[in-house]
Design a protein around this ligand. Structure first.
Ligand code: NAD
Length: 252
């Protein structure tokens, strides 16, 4: 029960991927969790299921991370229910494949809106509470796409995921004095239904062969890393980036 008494918001946590895996891992360790996701049906279902499975308090809030009013309301509801917010996992993300030459403004704005503005809106909304508490753990889910170019029509996604790294470092420097840490996880290929739907099997197979570990990641592989950064014991680690990619990308 490493996180008993702590409260964690996880954005984009109603799907079957990294977000829900993080929420479940926090709940398993005793934390109260907030499921913040625009999918209204799944948001409440997942919040209920986690409460039942782990016996912790949960809150489901329908929230589009790229909408600042909804984000502010979600954080307000969190503090109304739990009285505090200790951990924010900026997990919400969108992909809309388009080569740069063909990309519409709308495609660019949707991806930048969820991945980058969403990270900013959520971070800004929790910081006043974390500063007041003199405690906070910010974990931002970027991607190896923030380090390497992708040839699949992801220029907006790569731009947002790289920007999250710079954002996190700046926030880390600003908030270290308040006992707040800000760190990034850069996942490699984490298999989920969405990826299976948008990429042809031959593309996924090509990626598998490029992973030294010999398999794609599981959402739980990322959740384990998120809990590491979110732990009280990680207080001296801030402004850092942890790649979790089975050796697919090894940075200096
Ligand atoms: N799956 C991968 O291979 C992979 C690799 C690198 C990085 N990532 C990143 O990890 C994160 C989670 O991805 P995942 O693939 O595990 O999916 P996930 O299951 O965690 O799904 C993403 C969730 O985001 C939600 N979402 C969509 N638009 C939103 C919005 N506007 N506001 C809030 N939530 C929204 C969806 O409803 C869904 O529940 C994303 O940021 C993604 O970019 C994923």
């Amino acid at each position: 029960m490493r996180f008993k008494g702590k409260v964690a918001i996880v954005t984009g946590s109603a799907g079957a991927g990294i977000g829900q895996a993080c929420a479940r891992s926090f709940a398993k360790e005793g934390a109260g969790v907030v499921i913040a996701d625009p999918n209204s049906k799944r948001t409440f279902q997942v919040a209920e299921a986690i409460k039942k499975d782990y016996g912790v308090e949960t809150l489901g809030v329908v929230c589009d991370a790229s909408n600042k009013e909804q984000v502010e309301e979600m954080v307000k509801k969190t503090v109304e229910k739990f009285g505090r917010v200790d951990i924010l996992v900026n997990n919400a993300g969108r992909e809309l494949l388009a080569q740069c030459v063909d990309m519409t403004d709308e495609q660019w704005n949707v991806v930048i809106g969820v991945c980058l503005y969403g990270t900013f809106f959520c971070t800004r909304a929790v910081l006043p509470y974390m500063i007041k508490q003199n405690y906070g753990r910010l974990v931002h889910i970027s991607s190896v796409a923030g380090f390497v170019g992708m040839d699949d029509g992801e220029s907006h996604y790569c731009a947002a995921k790289a920007a999250i790294m710079g954002f996190s470092r700046a926030v880390a420097a600003e908030t270290a004095k308040y006992n707040i840490t800000s760190n990034v996880i850069a996942p490699g290929l984490i298999m989920n239904e969405f990826l299976k739907r948008i990429y042809p099997p031959e593309v996924l197979q090509k990626w598998h062969t490029m992973i030294p570990k010999g398999r794609p990641g599981k959402p739980e592989d990322i959740a384990n890393a998120v809990l590491f950064f979110a732990a009280e014991e990680s207080e001296y680690i801030t402004g850092d980036i942890l790649t979790v990619a089975g050796g697919f990308y090894m940075h200096q």
